[in-house]
Design a protein around this ligand. Structure first.
Ligand code: ATP
Ligand code: MG
Length: 481
């Protein structure tokens, strides 16, 4: 059974004796969750001075190295030694392969009472390994054999992976992340979770639910990879009516800022109601015209959020954010998330005043925001599927969710024109048997009859949508492709 030694972030052992046990406890819970999510169990876990020893029944190194609060994680071989000689011979057997053909060094840490020093162990092990290697090189080794001697046991590192550092997620409270799924907000969420905060996601549907669907995919990937020890939630507020009003009633210069103020207001309400300790955004100073210091100030002055607003990216350049996005493993998914249409020309107000923004918001229908927030949908990120977040009030969608069953409603023409790739004709669909919760997308020439068919399928219990513009969708996709 694999055994791992987890080195915790340097700042954890430095915490006060009252804080420390809580941090270790949560870290252990998060490590256990990481192992269980990779399909295994923790068979034993204990504190080894400032490190944590974890024994599992699966290969869990990858997962352990993605838990916040972990400085690094290593898979180790364990041996109860009888003497220095015995220890060295065991280490020789374990590390032969590691040093084979390479220049190596031996690094030893030791605690407990022994009749030898760390240096003695290093020398002895070095001598045993030397014949299998390209020689000892303490200055510039190609490989370092790491050994820890703790009391009567020795541990030899077989593989080591760097962790993210930070604090165990959960020790610092909970935050609500305004989450578009683009490059910025996921990195902001990651940085916040890294400092010990449980993050949940709040997404506003501003236009096509395709953006919401893709944002969910990013949130899910982020959660699966990095968020352990709790169940992250994805909350969706349908903001399309709000966007419509802003676009039609607010002076164009002020639209961006007005919309942001409304997002903040909505977030503040959700944060208060759901007991979050903070609101997080992916704003970075000056990155966009809506993100000038003046505008941020105006937005906050108007929205008056009841919780602190954290902007972990405030000081980062776009390149730094993109590099982090890659490191976190979200770059590809984030790059697919479309930007919402600009609801204003590019020359927007960069120096809005709170009074101006208030004045613009006063033009909007009363109760618009309350209504949107009261209809918020909440999903469990780990168990929901991306297609679940498409509002069921939409009969038409402008994209095909992954894994959807495509139904060709074109009747005889469908057959003659050749089937749509991966589709089945409507006549082949068993109307008595909806395919569980698999999404059905109905397609016809222009997207008209398909709406009728999708409506009919819904009455029969299908999770059906009609594809907007019908066959034009493929022409567009092919051109894009
Ligand atoms: P991102 O890369 O996160 O999409 P951005 O560079 O596109 O950010 P903006 O569109 O100005 O910048 O958004 C700034 C921040 O506002 C985002 O980082 C996010 O926190 C929040 N935000 C923007 N759009 C949405 C949305 N549809 N739902 C929730 N939050 C959003
Ligand atoms: Mg964006």
């Amino acid at each position: 059974m694999p055994v791992y030694i987890v080195t915790v972030s340097g700042e954890i052992p430095l915490r006060s004796h009252r804080t420390r046990p809580r941090f270790y406890k949560r870290l252990l819970a998060n490590l256990t969750d990481a192992v269980e999510r990779s399909g295994g169990r923790v068979l034993a876990a204990r504190l080894l001075e400032a490190k944590i020893l974890v024994e599992t029944d699966v290969d869990a190194l990858e997962a352990l190295s993605r838990v916040f609060g972990v400085h690094r994680a290593g898979e180790v071989a364990v041996h109860e030694f009888k003497s220095l000689r015995d220890l060295a011979e065991w280490a020789g057997r374990e590390a032969r392969g590691l040093v084979s053909g390479r220049r190596f060094a031996v690094k030893v840490k030791r605690s407990g009472v022994h009749d030898f020093t760390s240096l003695d162990v290093a020398r002895e092990v070095g001598a045993v390994l030397k014949p299998y290697s390209a020689g000892v090189d303490l200055e510039n080794p190609e490989v370092t054999v790491e050994i820890e001697v703790r009391g009567g046991r020795a541990y030899l590192y077989k593989r080591v992976v760097e962790g993210p550092g930070g604090l165990p997620t959960g020790v610092e409270g909970r935050a609500l992340v305004l989450f578009s799924g683009g490059f910025d907000s996921p990195v902001a969420a990651w940085l916040t979770a890294k400092r010990g905060v449980e993050v949940d996601f709040l997404h506003f549907t501003l236009g096509s639910p395709r953006a919401t669907y893709l944002a969910f995919k990013v949130a899910r990937e982020l959660s699966l990879r990095w968020l352990y020890g709790y169940k992250p939630r994805f909350m969706v507020v349908d903001f399309r009516r709000v966007v419509g009003e802003v676009a039609s009633k607010v002076e164009w210069r002020m639209r961006q800022v007005a919309l942001r103020a409304l997002m903040y207001k909505a977030a503040s309400r959700v944060a208060e109601k759901e007991g979050f300790d903070a609101i997080v955004t992916g704003e970075s100073l000056g990155q966009a015209s809506s993100q000038t210091l003046r505008n941020l100030e105006a937005v906050e002055a108007v929205a008056k959020p009841v919780k602190p607003v954290l902007r972990p990216l405030a000081g980062l350049d776009k390149e730094e954010i993109i590099a982090l996005s890659r490191r976190i493993g979200l770059y590809d998914l984030s790059s697919k998330v479309p930007e919402a249409c600009a609801i204003a020309p590019s020359r927007v107000e960069t120096r809005a005043t709170p009074v101006e923004v208030e004045g613009e918001l006063a033009k909007l229908s009363q109760g618009l925001l309350d209504e949107a927030v009261s209809k918020m949908a909440v999903y469990d990120v780990l168990s929901a599927k991306p297609e679940d977040v498409i509002p069921s009030s939409d009969l038409e969608i402008d994209f095909i969710p992954e894994g959807a069953l495509i139904v060709d409603a074109r009747g005889w023409r469908g057959v003659e024109d050749g089937a749509i790739p991966g589709s089945i004709p409507l006549s082949k669909l068993d109307l008595e048997k909806p395919p569980g919760d698999r999404v059905v997308v109905v397609v016809c020439d222009t997207g008209s009859i398909s709406q009728v068919v999708a409506g009919m399928l819904r009455e029969r219990g299908f999770k059906a949508f009609s594809l907007r513009d019908g066959l034009k969708y493929w022409r567009r996709e092919t051109r894009r492709g």
